[in-house]
Ligand binder design. Structure first.
Ligand SMILES: [Zn+2]
Length: 350
């Protein structure tokens, strides 16, 4: 099956009332872990690469690993997504490489650290939307700023410093025409999201629900949505790690989001923890081992287990065979004639 557009994947998720995990990759083992989990649970998947991942793996390696995945798992719809593009050029290069979806994170300036103005965000995102939609490629934007730092990208601080203003979200969606919108509701990138189990004072699910009511056709995205489970933290620390105690986003809060318009859920930290814990365990228990396969295989299995569990929890399991992929060229036509325009003002075109 060819790589499919993320828009089609998310439209189908909206129809089916489920969410789709977007899992970050840097290398072959992570892609293999996701694809095995997808086959086991019969799930459509979003595989995403950050700028850091593209630099680490090199574009051509990543692209061909994705093509290998689509050849080896023809029954699984796969969208390949650029995570946190920092400029028009980053998104353009991803599209030219063959990504079927890009995130233009204009909430930060090109340095990926300094919060930008609303007008700057609208301007650069709109430019990416025009370029991407003409080629049938999906665009995710971001309004409001998440806490923490992910692969050197992020404003730092807590997730509550730049929570999304729903009025701004509506204006942003209307002026840019993005397919999907990442909103800041108190979550942060990385492992250290919350210092206690989050409640309504730190996780603003009411804002998410309000935005979904006003933008019913724009798919919402939750970033920084690893759950950082205690058992994964414990394995790392049991075998010599030094993680400080921390809390992620509880699965039941993500599921509440999914019932209210969240279609894409970004998960990276949980997989990192699973991989590191598995590698530490092998090296700790059998220090005489030195064949990388001895620890990479358990690491891959550990990640697969987490991904499969999330696929079931987000509801995407069982949906891989629901639909035939629409080509990127067909998607471009839908954008050109307005039928794919998610804006409230374009209701007539749909
Ligand atoms: Zn993110």
């Amino acid at each position: 099956m060819p790589l499919v557009s993320m828009r089609q994947l998310l439209d189908e998720a909206a129809k089916g009332g489920y969410g789709v995990g977007a899992f970050n990759v840097n290398d072959m083992e992570q892609i293999q872990a996701i694809m095995e989990a997808a086959r086991e649970t019969q799930s459509p998947v979003i595989i995403q690469a950050s700028r850091g991942a593209r630099a680490f793996a090199q574009d051509r390696y990543l692209y061909h690993l994705m093509l290998a995945a689509s050849e080896l798992y023809p029954e699984i719809p796969i969208a390949m997504h650029q995570d946190h593009g920092n400029s028009f050029e980053t998104c353009k290069s991803a599209i030219e490489l063959g990504f079927t979806s890009v995130m233009m994170d204009g909430s930060l300036k090109e340095d990926g650290k300094t919060p930008s103005s609303f007008e700057e965000n609208v301007e650069v995102t709109k430019r990416v939307v025009e370029f991407a939609h003409a080629r049938g490629v999906t665009v995710e934007g971001e309004i409001g700023v998440l806490g923490g730092i992910e692969d050197g990208h992020g404003a730092g601080g807590t997730g509550l410093e730049h929570v999304t203003d729903p009025d701004q979200a509506v204006e942003f969606a209307e002026r840019t025409g993005v397919d999907a919108l990442a909103i800041a509701i108190g979550t942060s990138h990385g492992a250290y999201k919350f210092t206690k189990k989050p409640d309504g004072s730190v996780l603003k699910m009411d804002i998410l629900i309000d935005i979904h009511k006003r933008l019913p056709h724009t798919h919402l995205v939750m970033h920084g949505s690893s759950s950082v489970p205690k058992d994964l933290q414990a394995i790392v620390n049991q075998y010599g790690g030094k993680l400080k105690e921390t809390w992620g986003v509880p699965i039941e809060e993500i599921q509440l989001g999914i019932r209210n318009g969240v279609r894409k859920v970004n998960v990276d930290t949980d997989n990192r923890l699973a991989i590191t814990g598995a590698i530490r365990k092998v090296l700790w228990e059998t220090p005489e081992k030195f064949d990388p396969r001895d620890y990479l295989k358990p690491a891959r299995d550990a990640m697969k287990k987490v991904v499969a569990q999330r696929m079931k929890e987000f509801g995407q399991a069982g949906h891989a065979g629901d639909y035939k992929p629409i080509s990127i060229e067909e998607m471009a036509k839908g954008y050109a004639d307005g039928s794919l325009d998610p804006r409230p003002s374009m209701a007539g075109a749909r």
